[in-house]
Design a protein around this ligand. Structure first.
Ligand SMILES: [Zn+2]
Length: 67
């Protein structure tokens, strides 16, 4: 996970899925950008231009802890 708890992680995922401007939760230095800018179909992957962290929302969803 990139955040401190499940609720925060879900909020982060929702922001990414709705393409809201989101600061990188890891470094906090930049807004996340689409990983594949030209491929409109795969807009569920994001990247931080500052620290290079890649956020794959499908994987993040899979790794969410159970309640
Ligand atoms: Zn970052």
């Amino acid at each position: 996970m990139y955040t401190n708890n499940r609720d925060e992680e879900v909020k982060l995922l929702k922001r990414l899925w709705t393409s809201q401007p989101t600061m990188c939760p890891k470094c906090g230095n930049a807004q996340l950008e689409h990983l594949h800018k030209k491929a409109k179909k795969s807009d569920c992957d994001w990247k931080c231009p500052a620290c290079g962290e890649i956020y794959r929302t499908i994987n993040m969803l899979k790794e969410l802890p159970e309640d």
